[in-house]
Ligand binder design. Structure first.
Ligand code: NAD
Length: 472
């Protein structure tokens, strides 16, 4: 584990509770000095991030290639450009976000005025994950800085090249008295979680989300948990088939090989329509990745041997292995699994019970598309739910009846890039949200302030509580 800058601790080998405590103490001192609260400091750090994105684009692409063999253009589209827009939006809107919001007052407080003042929380912790290791680290950090906090980022050890790059870039570009990176795995994260933070934003699995929330509860620290889940895509038979297939592939295999929290996890369609949909998916997959997708340079690999083994187990379960209608090939050395479609696996198969987070796509067929509601509702609330349909009533019902973190009709994943929308889960898929103004709000305290004058002072509210006052 390396820590960006705590010079007096440089000789200590491990990042333990003592180091974590000193680090938080240092950042609290910086916060208490008041410098991170100023508009100028926030802008200076956001501008430094913008500069870093320009200067270091090649290094970022190289790190992501090392960690996930992510194609350079995919890295640009799904990570770098997203961080760029988060940063430029913050720079553009910050003054507006920071401005106290006037609210109406009532006769009870007349004469008075009231406003909501956004104040920074203090020292915040961002724990990030490996699948979009650059975006899911920098996007929350931008929110934390915009809101005027000091921040520690703990990237994922499972994407080591990006983790190390984030530590180095933070040292090089940002104010290290207020913004730090701690690299490491469970011991380092546990040491950090022992400390008192003013907010924790965690991205990862619900299992670890529970550990984070339990640790935060000890200090009454509020949390944002960005978790995952099984995101369904319901496909009606009245759709533009080619566009639907392309958009499903775009949000599944062309999105980090399905290793994305909002990736399509499974499809529900009718028995009658399934053959046409499968055929369209096959055709478009060939257009995207060629006849031999295992050789394609346009598809990321599986991040680690552990994840590879987990995915192969899902595929090789007895109830599943004879349901493969496309793909199934795997290469353990290259950590690659071909785009794989499985048809009508039983619901108690592991692949239908856990989040897949990889290039396997089950298609579940039903007699009537209306059955999709009971299937989706039988599972924990997902982070995203998709519907492809031209039927206005079905769209309305889907939005009304399905509870999910986010929802997208007639496409996949793009809602995450719509910065006016909050991004976050519900129940098992998470709590709280971020992106744009929602990030600023997540890392701010909304302080209610009422201003009164000495002009009018009715005695009605004061003792003695006489019968005459009660009549008024
Ligand atoms: P993970 O929970 O294993 O790891 C995430 C982070 O937690 C890492 O930084 C890791 O070091 C730390 N960690 C792991 N075990 C820990 C422990 N015992 N104590 C303390 N910290 C620990 O998650 P993952 O495998 O990296 O990510 C996969 C999950 O994340 C999926 O469910 C996916 O849907 C979800 N995800 C959600 C989002 C989102 O934005 N909502 C984005 C990406 C991934």
């Amino acid at each position: 584990a390396t820590l960006s800058v705590v010079p007096e601790l440089e000789d200590k080998e491990t990042f333990d509770g003592e180091r974590a405590c000193l680090l938080v103490g240092e950042l609290r001192k910086s916060f208490n000095s008041g410098k991170t609260k100023s508009y100028e400091w926030r802008v200076s750090q956001l501008e430094a991030i913008a500069r870093m994105l320009e200067d270091e684009e090649k290094e970022i692409a190289e790190a992501l290639y090392k960690d996930l063999s992510k194609p350079e253009l995919e890295t640009y589209i799904t990570e770098v450009s997203q961080v760029k827009s988060a940063c430029s939006e913050a720079l553009q809107e910050l003054k507006h976000w920071m401005k106290p919001e006037k609210v109406n007052t009532s006769i009870t407080t007349f004469p008075s005025s009231a406003e909501i003042v956004s104040e920074p929380l203090g020292v915040v912790l961002v724990i990030s994950t490996w699948n979009f290791p650059f975006l899911l680290s920098m996007d929350p950090v931008i929110g934390a800085i915009s809101a005027g906090n000091t921040v520690v980022l703990k990237p994922s050890e499972i994407a080591p090249a990006t983790s190390s790059l984030l530590a180095n870039l933070t040292k090089k570009y940002l104010d290290n008295s207020a913004i730090r990176v701690v690299e490491g795995a469970i011991p380092e994260t546990s040491a950090l979680l022992e400390q008192k933070w003013d907010k924790i934003l965690y991205t990862g699995s619900a299992r670890v989300g529970r550990i984070v929330m339990a640790a935060a509860a000890k200090h009454l620290t509020p949390v944002v948990l960005e978790l995952g889940g099984k995101c369904p895509a319901v496909v009606d038979s009245d759709v533009n088939l080619q566009v639907t297939a392309r958009r499903i592939i775009g949000g599944k295999w062309a999105c980090n090989s399905g290793q994305a929290c909002i990736s399509v996890d499974y499809i529900i369609t009718t028995k009658d329509f399934a053959p046409a949909l499968i055929n369209a998916l096959k055709n478009e997959l060939e257009q995207f990745f060629g006849k031999n997708p295992m050789e394609s340079k346009d598809m990321s690999r599986i991040v680690s041997p552990n994840q590879f083994t987990r995915l192969v187990k899902l595929l090789d379960e007895d109830k599943v292995s004879d349901k493969v209608v496309l793909g199934g090939q795997r290469d353990e050395k290259k950590l690659k699994i071909a785009p794989t479609i499985i048809l009508d696996v039983p619901d108690d198969a592991m692949v239908m019970q856990e989040e897949i987070f990889g290039p396997i796509l089950p298609i579940i067929t039903v007699d009537n598309l209306e059955d999709c509601f009971s299937i989706i509702k039988s599972k924990p609330k997902p982070l995203a739910a998709y519907l492809f349909s031209n039927n206005e009533q079905l769209k309305k019902d889907y939005v009304e009846k399905i509870s999910s973190g986010g929802m997208l009709i007639n496409d996949t994943v793009l809602h995450v890039a719509t910065r006016g929308l909050p991004f976050g889960g519900v129940e098992e898929s998470g709590m709280g949200s971020y992106h744009g103004k929602f990030s600023f709000n997540s890392f701010s305290h909304k302080k209610s302030v009422l201003y009164r004058s000495f002009d009018v002072d009715s005695s009605l509210r004061y003792p003695p509580y006489t019968p005459q006052k009660a009549k008024l």
